[in-house]
Write a protein that binds this ligand. Structure first.
Ligand code: APR
Length: 338
């Protein structure tokens, strides 16, 4: 469905005639749902609704550094079910790689940590994983890197890995950006390309635009520059400008519609098939032999474990103590600084 004065045909014509050559893309969890990873905020199926039985202080707490620092168990209980180790890129990831192959992709900001854009063939120098990735890990306290094989074992069994440095004892965290942590410095550098004359088209795919600072990127695009939204529903201010086009539906349907209009469909399907074959080969080499528990099973197991240990409130209590302690430090007797 097209819902703006600019039409997809206008944009397709400008791409085919070389008037649009510098496309900046912003992607979110919605382009990976077809790969089997639930997104975060879709009601019922989204991760945050699925976490309800854990009675977290609030759903995002599982990815907040303040909560993780004293209660890392919930994160590791679902880590295996969320880990991208055996996932395959979708045709939406392949479309981004096709834009890069045609020298039309200026830059890609992805909020996803699954690395599927890279698996699909988008060159690394053209991608910023704004929320980090699973690729590496380190102690969240002393920041000393942690061995990959030990991390893989911890994720496979759902145990919390702890720092190997004498006297530290901090929980190890993948290099994903938690709430309360800074984004990579490169974000501000690359964000500047949006405000200059360096963009002819912005493509926003599979994101609710609920989390800053990525949520502000589409508004940085100058008036009159076309913005295409491919998403189940309208988000942010997309669709409010004359040059906006909203393709409401699944990302995979949207990129196929664009590829058909551009005459790229066969090339896209072929590129996707090649990317899937490459990733299947990698998965055979690197995957973990047995299938792990599903997300639902992981949450169920942790709920029971934490109920037994009466630890649901413990994590919440620790967080409140830490929060209240900080808030009322001036009236409470000061603890010695460690
Ligand atoms: N096709 C199109 N749109 C989809 C699809 C799909 N197959 N699946 C989901 N969507 C849409 C949803 O309707 C929603 O608008 O994608 C969006 C996903 O939004 P979120 O679940 O909020 O994910 P995202 O925007 O990536 O979240 C941003 O929040 O929790 C943090 O760090 C996390 O990076 C994440 C950030």
């Amino acid at each position: 469905m097209i819902s703006a004065l600019t039409t997809i045909t206008d944009i397709v014509d400008r791409i085919r005639t070389g008037q649009i050559t510098r496309i900046v893309a912003l992607t979110g969890a919605g382009i990976s749902t077809a790969a089997g990873i639930p997104d975060f905020r879709t009601p019922t199926s989204g991760l945050y609704d699925q976490l309800a039985p854990l009675k977290l202080p609030y759903p995002e707490a599982i990815f907040h550094i303040n909560y993780f620092s004293h209660t890392p168990e919930p994160f590791y209980a679902i880590a295996r079910a969320r880990h991208p180790r055996n996932l395959l890129p979708t045709i939406s990831h392949a479309f981004l790689a096709l834009l890069a192959r045609k020298n039309l992709l200026s830059f890609l900001f992805t909020q996803n940590i699954d690395g599927l854009e890279l698996d699909a063939g988008v060159p690394a120098e053209k991608v910023l994983q704004t929320h980090g990735s699973w690729k590496t890990q380190r102690c969240h306290k002393c920041k000393v890197p942690y061995p990959d094989d030990l991390m893989q074992r911890a994720i496979r069994v759902g145990d919390v890995p702890y720092c190997l440095e004498a006297g530290c004892g901090g929980a190890v965290k993948p290099d994903v950006v938690f709430f309360g942590e800074a984004l990579p410095e490169r974000f501000e550098v690359e964000e500047k390309r949006l405000t200059g004359k360096g963009v002819d088209l912005m493509l926003v795919m599979g994101t609710s635009l609920k989390v800053a600072p990525c949520s502000r990127l589409p508004q940085s695009i100058g008036e009159g520059i076309p913005r295409i939204l491919i998403n189940r529903e309208k988000v942010g201010d997309l669709g409010t400008r004359e040059a906006d086009v909203c393709l409401l539906g699944t990302c995979d349907e949207g990129v196929r519609q664009l590829a058909d209009a551009l005459g790229w469909r066969d090339e896209l399907e072929g590129m996707w098939a090649d990317a899937v074959e490459r990733k299947e080969e990698t998965n055979r080499r690197e995957s973990w032999d047995e299938e792990g528990p599903t997300l639902e099973e992981s949450i169920q197991k942790l709920t029971e474990k934490m109920k037994e240990a009466g630890r649901i409130s413990q994590g919440h209590r620790r967080m409140l103590e830490q929060h209240l302690g900080a808030k009322f430090a001036h009236v409470l007797p000061r603890k010695s600084v460690e």
